[in-house]
Design a protein around this ligand. Structure first.
Ligand code: ZN
Length: 69
């Protein structure tokens, strides 16, 4: 099981209701579309440890997540 970074709910990564997103080379799973939208809006707010030092590795060519809603 994975944890929704937005609301901290447990999400089944095999069938995440809100879909998944790849960010900073990691996958995040969401309980709902709303959580995914909130994450997209301000990902560093929800994943502060990735924001420190490393910074976002924004390689669009490697991102297979579509932010389509
Ligand atoms: Zn959620």
């Amino acid at each position: 099981m994975a944890t929704d970074p937005v609301c901290k709910m447990t999400v089944d990564e095999q069938a995440p209701a809100g879909g998944k997103a790849q960010f900073w080379g990691k996958y995040f799973y969401f309980c709902s579309k709303d959580c995914r939208i909130n994450f997209r809006r301000d990902p560093q707010k929800y994943v502060p440890e990735s924001a420190e030092g490393k910074g976002p590795e924004y390689d669009k060519s490697k991102t297979n997540e579509s932010w389509r809603v």
